[in-house]
Write a protein that binds this ligand. Structure first.
Ligand code: NAD
Ligand code: DAU
Length: 336
């Protein structure tokens, strides 16, 4: 593979993946296609902008003409583009359907037309729903939220293009990811940036919901391994093997920033909130993947330090982006 289209490459995981791939594969060309929605940010790509192997196109994955134009000169697509936030997709499910389902189909058509070597779809552990046990790749898909239902729909279309047209697809189902350039609406970057400013942190319900947390470079490595060594048509769980209740994350953030527990506010829960995710990553283990779970607290502290050192990056969003402020005002007004 020489030329990869990375959709959603101006977002959180996508931009980290672009940086990771340009460093690891100096002979690859990386073409980013990103609509620059509220979550897309060219600041995330500033350090790779002048790399001769990197190029950027602003556009929607639903724009078939643009997608075809790029796809005809590429070998593979890695699809990160999505409405990625559950809470936004509750307020506006249409955006999730458009990007997480319809857009996937447009990309699949192009990959089929130009006989790509790989179509790698970035999915999520949320497609399984909620569990008291552990999610394995063969488990039924029982998504509970508009975000995850649209992701499941996109993923099933990927499956259909493999089964029906023989497209060499890979699906990775990632767990909760954290690290630099994470848009400050998700729990970790929202809470870090609130705490830096001595603002309260809104914990949904009792805060005992469990997520499997993985550092963003683990996620990028997992995608790289599955992209290059996965079997076409297969689905792989990519996780951190690191289940934590939300309150444990909050306690660690308070500790790292030396802030008092009095900043915790328990607020009205997210509707349809999944109680617990947990991923079996042994199938990826068979390909040589192992998350660095023993480094979780160190990585979380590094992430806190990144937000402390990069105030300009997140203040531009929190203090100047109208879409950020409109969403925060509406969503958290409803949580009181
Ligand atoms: P993000 O919201 O930070 O970035 C999404 C990017 O996609 C943005 O740059 C945005 O501009 C772009 N985009 C959205 N709709 C688009 C469209 N129609 N056309 C072109 N570009 C579009 O998201 P993220 O957290 O980096 O997540 C990336 C992918 O990984 C998503 O598919 C998400 O479902 C999946 N995922 C995320 C996590 C996580 O914890 N963040 C975990 C598992 C899977
Ligand atoms: O599991 C993978 C998924 O992880 C990805 O598919 C999504 O793209 C990604 O956003 C993430 O989804 P979550 O809904 O788990 O992430 P979020 O950071 O929004 O919430 C994490 C947990 O924290 C969840 O139980 C809800 C809770 N939470 C979140 C926010 C924003 C709060 O208690 N308060 C908050 O203000």
């Amino acid at each position: 593979m020489q030329t990869l289209i990375v959709t959603g490459g101006a977002g959180f995981i996508g931009s980290n993946f672009v940086r990771y791939m340009l460093n690891k594969y100096p002979d690859y060309r990386i073409v980013v296609l990103d609509a620059l929605t509220y979550a897309g940010n060219l600041d995330n790509l500033a350090d790779v902008w002048k790399n001769p192997n990197f190029s950027f196109f602003k556009g929607d994955i639903n724009d078939a003409a643009l997608v075809d134009n790029l796809a005809q000169n590429a070998d593979a697509i890695v699809n990160f583009a999505a409405e990625s936030h559950n809470d936004r997709a509750i307020l506006n499910p249409q955006a999730a359907v458009q990007s997480n389902f319809n857009g996937v189909w447009t990309l699949l058509e192009a990959a089929r037309k130009f006989k790509h070597e790989r179509f790698h779809h970035i999915s999520t552990d949320e497609v399984y729903g909620t569990t008291d046990g552990i999610f394995r790749e063969g488990d039924p898909l029982e998504p509970n939220q508009p975000y995850s239902a649209a992701k499941a729909g996109g993923e099933l279309m990927v499956r259909a293009y493999h089964q029906t047209f023989g497209l060499p697809t890979i699906v990775t189902r990632g767990s909760n990811t954290f690290g630099p350039y994470h848009y400050p609406e998700k729990i970790i970057p929202l809470f870090i940036t609130n705490l830096i400013d001595d603002q309260p942190v809104p914990v949904y319900g009792d805060g005992m919901q469990v997520r499997d947390w993985m550092y963003v470079l683990d996620h990028c490595r997992g995608i790289d391994i599955a992209l290059h060594h996965g079997t076409p048509g297969e689905v792989y769980n990519v996780g951190g093997d690191n289940d934590r209740p939300n309150m444990e994350i909050v306690t660690l953030l308070l500790k790292f920033l030396n802030k008092p527990e009095s900043l915790i506010r328990h607020v009205k829960d997210r509707p349809g909130h999944d109680r617990r995710y947990s991923l079996d990553v042994s199938k990826m283990g068979g390909l040589g993947y192992r998350p660095e779970k023993e480094r979780f607290e160190e990585r979380l502290k590094e992430t806190v330090d990144w937000y402390v050192a990069n105030e300009a990056w997140w203040r531009k969003i929190k203090e100047k982006q109208a879409e950020y402020q409109a969403f925060m005002n509406q969503w958290y007004a409803e949580r009181k």
